[in-house]
Design a protein around this ligand. Structure first.
Ligand SMILES: Nc1ncnc2c1ncn2[C@@H]1O[C@H](COP(=O)(O)OP(=O)(O)O)[C@@H](O)[C@H]1O
Ligand SMILES: [Mg+2]
Length: 245
């Protein structure tokens, strides 16, 4: 049987879908990762092996092949550890393969089975929401992923709690979106003396998202008025904040 788990490859600021396929076949015991893996991905088999033994599981003494598809796209990074481990666990029958179809998984594994942070979770979450899937990610990055949208997010601290959640014997806490730092807003509009019509024009432009042209002699207060604008603009929604990132 071939078990499939979805993950992503990062290409600059884009996340491209990658399918992790795992087959356990009769033959001499061997663990092979194919599909243009770089050194970090090749080494993932050691971490996966160790993380499984930390849970008391040993690899079946068979020929295990992991293929990262599309095979011609180079795979870089340590975030393939978790999807490789999940595909292997599904192929071994430890977890339900069907259930994993609804998720995109990213995360690095520690030797003791912890799921640790890896860069790019926000991109993976945006990709997952575009594919109408949920996201499985490290617990430390749950709040980052929550920013992307309302997709189901399983932010697990370790492999065991993730497997227990999938089995229904334990509930992972729902991540809450991280709190963005308040930016500095420059001078307040109330510091501007007079200029009632200019202030009103500024407010209308801010509320309606209109353009504004300021004409006047030097010292008339154009720069002052312009620097007051960020303070009265409506707050960005998380989608807008991600758009201008
Ligand atoms: N209506 C106003 N109320 C308070 N300070 C003003 C006003 N107009 C101008 N100023 C002050 O005058 C100085 C010059 O204004 P500035 O905004 O730099 O003018 P501009 O950009 O039109 O040349 C700044 O220190 C500004 O704070
Ligand atoms: Mg000026």
């Amino acid at each position: 049987m071939v078990a499939l788990v979805q993950t992503v490859a990062y290409l600059g600021l884009e996340a491209r879908g990658v399918e992790v396929q795992c087959q356990i076949a009769p033959g001499l015991p061997k663990f092979n990762v194919v599909g243009l893996p770089d050194k970090a991905v090749k080494e993932s088999q050691e971490r996966v092996h160790a993380a499984l033994s930390a849970m008391g599981l040993s690899l079946p003494p068979k020929r295990i092949t992991i293929n990262l598809s599309p095979a011609d796209l180079p795979k870089e990074g340590s975030h393939y550890d978790l999807p490789i481990a999940l595909a292997l666990l599904a192929a071994m029958g430890v977890t339900d393969a069907e259930q994993l179809h609804d998720f995109v998984a990213v995360g690095e594994l520690a030797l003791d089975g912890r799921i640790i942070a890896s860069p790019g979770v926000l991109l993976a979450a945006l990709h997952a929401s575009g594919q109408d899937k949920g996201l499985i990610c490290p617990a430390a990055q749950g709040s980052e992923a929550r920013w992307a949208s309302g997709i189901p997010i399983l932010a697990a601290p370790n492999l065991i709690s993730l497997l227990n959640h999938l089995k229904g014997t334990q509930q992972l806490p729902e991540p809450v979106p991280g709190v963005a730092e308040e930016p500095g807003f420059g001078p307040d509009l109330k510091q501007v003396k007079g200029q009632e019509s200019a202030k009103r024009a500024l407010e209308i432009a801010a509320a309606g998202g209109h353009n504004l042209l300021m004409i006047g002699p030097p010292g008339a207060g154009k720069s002052l008025l312009a620097s007051c604008l960020p303070g009265i603009l409506p707050r960005l929604t998380s989608a807008e904040a991600l758009g201008i990132m």
